[in-house]
Design a protein around this ligand. Sequence first.
Ligand code: NAD
Length: 298
Amino acid sequence: MRIGFIGLGNMGFPMARRLIGDNRDVVAFDTNSAALERIVALGARAASSVREVADRAETIMVSLPTPAASLEVSIGAAGVIEGSRVKRYIDLSTIGSQTAVLIHDALAERSIAAIDSPVSGGVGGAEKGALAVMVSCPRNEFESIRTVLEAIGRPFYVGDKPGSAQTMKLANNILAANVLVATAEVVVMGVKAGLDPDVMIEVLNAGSGATSASRDKFPRAILPRTFDYGFATGLMVKDVRLYLKEAKTLGVPVELAEMVGKLWEFTATDQGSDSDFTSVIKPFEKAAGVIVGRPPSN
Ligand code: NAD
């Protein structure tokens, strides 16, 4: 199966590389020519536009930064929808269920299957092919692309309701957003009290306070102060906003999500939207007058 791949950023590049490693014929496009060249150097074939990808491949995967980018690439005037060969559109981005439904409905009019397929596990998970891949689409479409998805991670069939995989992804991400902020807050407290942050993280990971932040984000990007986990603060803000929009539409309680959302909005203002999301600890450090971790030794 030839795969078209659009959006070769932090996540798209390692996912496309896994597909090439799985002997898939990959036709790629990115508006950033450096990103495109990087994947072509590994064996992908370059396309010069979204439309060209959709003229050359039946199955198209995209990993794009915003709901607006997914809308433009899928159903925009020069989007996948205009392609002559495309039969299925797999969106690996986090776009929220409302956008996923819009895309599904427009593509259905041209008999193109929309496969909603957001992922979790970060750049590390993408590199190892160990992502959690949440999928909503008709069951037969899921079975037809299962082996493709297995090259990038573990596929979970969420259901056939358009957008439901996005709902699952937003539930996952609001929890990840909560625990990173919560872990940052308590580690700053401990360091201010004189605890060693390395010891704190070891104890948390052996005890009941372990979180995805203490297990992964702190050791990888906060304690060594590299702040290079590979997920932008602006993307976290996008995901929290999408969660709040969806939860408010459903009329469910959002007290905690709103409070955590304010901390992420503040981090984007204080550290910049392009900062790595592990920078969320820096406003806590500033307020407490401490630094957590130490620079890597040369
Ligand atoms: P990124 O900004 O690193 O990559 C996005 C890529 O899309 C860039 O290379 C950009 O040039 C390209 N692009 C943007 N508009 C385009 C267009 N119109 N046509 C073609 N290419 C276009 O973002 P990322 O961190 O890789 O995230 C991608 C998606 O995956 C987001 O929805 C994000 O929320 C989600 N996600 C990210 C992570 C992570 O850890 N980075 C984890 C899980 C999910």
